[in-house]
Design a protein around this ligand. Structure first.
Ligand code: DAH
Length: 344
């Protein structure tokens, strides 16, 4: 019996030494077959078990199992090492340094125009205005005529409007034609809508004007809607958009589709009214145009001006973003300079 055990110990020592010399997975598999496999040397030694007495057999068998387990464990560890070495070789050959810090993923964010548009729409949503979609391509009548533009109004002249090859079909120069679409859809129901979207003007591109830009139009129509409703609505907007406690002022103005018409200013968000470069030392910043919907426009939309009244307003979205973020050139919005887009 001690003879068999001595043979096993010797075989175990030889096997352990042999395992250490294997360098590939295939070699280590071959090692397994040679020492531990069904036709391997361990099995061969254990054939001798038959000659032992029934009392001796379990002792030798037990030791054989222990040796087998230790060798199997050693094989598993050795194979892991082989795999790790192989990976390191591949990485080294390909010049990959796994300890190098990773590249930061570029995280995008909303374009400043979209951000401002969402802010504006959100504020009016809270006051019960719903978004109404209206087309960017309009008829001349929708864009001008039905909004009470006199035939000889300068905005109709060639330099302001992009025409199409289809007579009378143009790119809208403002979001106001959406007022007609909304009224015609809902008349004679009361409405409160905001209409955000792109507008086009055939103008020279400068720091102050782009040929494509965004506006948000607002329209409220119902019974007894007054100029105070317009004031309250716009004051609430200014306070939410530009900060609590902001003051607004109304200056008389002219738009064909509103009567009376006003332009609305907010006290300068930079100097608070003292006068600075941004407000050109006036203390005020113009933010939008507004007024009471002209009776002719109400009628064109399907509302009887004897029964209904309403207010409207329109603002440039980039302008709001520029004032809020201190940007002084509208061209930056659409020149795709990532440095600007990241900073703003
Ligand atoms: N449509 C005008 C523009 O583009 C802005 C405007 C002024 C819209 C007064 C209105 C308004 O609804 O009442 O300059």
């Amino acid at each position: 019996m001690s003879d068999l055990i001595a043979q096993l110990e010797e075989l175990s020592a030889e096997a352990a030494a042999a395992l250490a010399t294997t360098q590939t997975t295939a070699e280590s598999e071959a090692w397994y077959h040679e020492y531990l496999g069904r036709k391997g040397r361990m099995t061969a030694v254990l054939r001798g078990l038959g000659q032992l007495s029934p009392e001796q057999r379990p002792q030798v068998g037990k030791r054989a199992n222990e040796i087998k387990q230790v060798l199997e464990q050693a094989l598993a560890e050795h194979q892991e090492q082989i795999a790790a070495d192989e990976m390191a070789r591949v990485l080294a050959a390909e010049g990959i340094d796994v300890t190098m810090p990773g590249r930061r993923p570029q995280v995008g964010k909303l374009h400043p125009t979209n951000q401002a548009m969402r802010d504006i729409v959100h504020i009016f949503n809270q006051m019960g205005f719903q978004v109404f979609d209206s087309p960017e391509v309009e008829t001349d009548d929708m864009n001008f005529g039905l909004l009470n533009f006199p035939l000889d109004h300068p905005a109709r002249e060639m330099q302001d409007t992009f025409f199409t090859t289809t007579p009378d079909v143009i790119l809208r120069t403002h979001t106001s034609p959406g007022q007609i679409h909304a009224m015609r859809k809902y008349a004679p129901e009361p409405i409160r809508v905001v209409l955000p979207g792109k507008c086009y003007r055939n103008e020279d591109v400068t720091a102050r004007s782009e040929m494509m830009f965004y506006q948000v139009e607002g329209l409220a129509i119902g019974h007894n809607i007054t100029f105070s409703d317009l004031k309250g609505t716009l004051l609430n907007f200014a306070n939410q958009m530009y900060g609590e406690g902001r003051k607004i002022r109304f200056r008389k103005s002219y738009f064909p589709f509103t009567e009376p018409s006003v332009e609305v200013d907010v006290d300068c968000i930079l100097c608070g009214g003292a006068g600075c470069r941004i407000c050109k030392y006036t203390g005020w910043l113009e933010i939008l145009g507004a007024g009471m919907v002209h009776p002719v426009v109400l009628r064109n939309g399907g509302y009887d001006p004897a029964i209904y009244s309403g207010f409207a307003f329109g603002m440039g979205i980039e302008r709001q973003a520029m004032l809020k973020r201190g940007v002084d050139d509208i061209r930056l919005f659409y020149s795709n300079d990532v440095r600007f887009l990241e900073r703003v």
